[in-house]
Design a protein around this ligand. Structure first.
Ligand code: UDP
Length: 385
């Protein structure tokens, strides 16, 4: 059975690492061999945003690299569609596997569907209900044209049901979240593989970790300004480390806001082992990243979400995450409200770990979905919820 995985952005490498490993393990013990072909669109191209993850996480090298990046949405989607289509015509996979909500995801799904190749969407059913976000557009369209929808959470399953996906002849599975699989697997090795704490001189439990990269924040200077103000203020009382996404760095530089960050320590984007170590040792996370919101929860760290909506609403209910948006005062109020958790054992009052996101075996479940659905009637609805 041949499948083609289409990826291109950092969070997809982290998700694909878990599924690729599950495929390799499956192949060792099954009569049905899965031949995985990897198509890298090139959306993220800097070494620290791409190659490093393939090396650290032992993801097989891409079979194809399209080198498409740094364009407007339309041009990039179009170029990717064209490039992926010609590979699919040649390789004729049975499935195309796409992850999450990026331009690469949309282009991969669309190219496959137009060629009548089945699409499996990992991280299906997530919604922010904000159609101004490019990610929301990508995920809604990808879900609609997918044949297999692998949902990470019960909320995601319910979103699809509310939108009438029961009537669409696709298959909906609640598999759990592959990012939880990755955290469990790689956190066993991260302390040996990473020297970030020594390299930065950061002290255990004595810093906060920030990331900002969403267009809704970086492309709106007003929002970026107030986020920067809040981070600068927090950094005046505790170390704040900020691995900066290349796009954010460009905008911080060109807008001059970089000078307003005060004592915030800007560092280059880090690899996954480094990120896990930062996460393990931080007091608190401030982020607009989808992945970091969950990883903070997995490591039982309070998390301030620098967005107006989140797809991971169960984390707000759990009390571990708070939605702050981009207002300086609200961010600071959230930060202050989490301070009691910083004393003693900061993790003790937060619910964390398994449950909401599966049992750490989502990637194996996804492989089972692919194998199990290989022969079945595409129009038959089978909801394994
Ligand atoms: N990440 C990383 N190094 C960094 C920043 C993020 O390894 O410098 C990881 C992070 O741990 C998470 C993933 O990248 O697993 C999230 O990616 P990103 O924030 O770019 O995208 P999103 O999750 O918002 O789609």
């Amino acid at each position: 059975m041949k499948i083609a995985t289409v990826l291109g952005a950092r969070p997809q490498f982290i998700k694909a690492a878990a599924v690729s490993r599950a495929i390799r393990e499956h192949n060792l013990s099954s009569d049905i061999n899965i031949d995985e072909l990897i198509i890298h669109t090139g959306q993220h191209f800097e070494r620290r945003m791409s190659e490093l993850f393939f090396e650290e996480m032992q993801i097989p090298s891409p079979d194809y690299h399209l080198g498409i990046n740094s364009m407007d949405h339309g041009a990039m989607t179009g170029r990717m569609l064209e490039g992926i289509e010609s590979i699919l015509l040649k390789e004729k996979p049975e499935y195309v596997l796409v992850y999450g909500d990026t331009t690469s995801t949309l282009a991969g799904a669309l190219a496959a569907k137009k060629l009548s190749i089945k699409v499996a969407h990992i991280e299906a059913g997530l919604r922010s209900f904000n159609m101004m976000m490019p990610e929301e557009i990508n995920r809604v369209i990808t879900d609609r044209i997918s044949d297999i929808l692998c949902c990470p959470t019960q909320t995601a399953v319910e979103n699809l049901k509310k939108e009438g996906f029961d009537n669409f002849g696709c298959k909906i599975f609640k598999t759990g979240d592959v990012m939880y699989d990755s955290v469990l697997f790689y956190s066993e090795h991260s302390s040996l593989k990473s020297d970030i704490m020594d390299r930065t001189g950061l002290s255990d439990m004595d810093f906060v970790l920030c990331t900002v990269h969403r267009a809704e924040n970086t492309d709106d200077i007003g929002r970026l300004y107030t986020i920067v103000e809040a981070l600068g203020e927090i950094a005046s009382e505790i170390e704040a480390v900020f691995p900066v996404h290349p796009r954010t760095r460009n905008i911080l530089n060109s807008s001059g806001l970089i000078g307003k960050l005060g004592k915030v320590r800007l560092i280059e984007p880090v690899g996954y082992f480094d990120m896990i170590e930062l996460m393990k040792n931080t007091r608190c996370v401030l982020t607009d990243s989808g992945g970091l919101q969950k990883e903070a929860f997995f490591f039982a760290k309070p998390c301030i979400v620098l967005r107006d909506q989140t797809e991971w609403i169960e984390l707000l209910d759990s009390g571990s995450n708070r939605l702050a948006g981009a207002e300086r005062d609200v961010i600071l109020e959230c930060y202050n409200s989490f301070k009691p958790l910083f004393i003693g054992n900061p993790s003790a009052d937060l619910k964390s770990g398994p449950g909401l996101y599966g049992n750490g075996k989502a990637s194996y479940e996804i492989v089972r979905c692919l194998i199990g659905s290989g022969d079945s009637d595409k129009t038959h609805l089978e909801s394994q919820i």
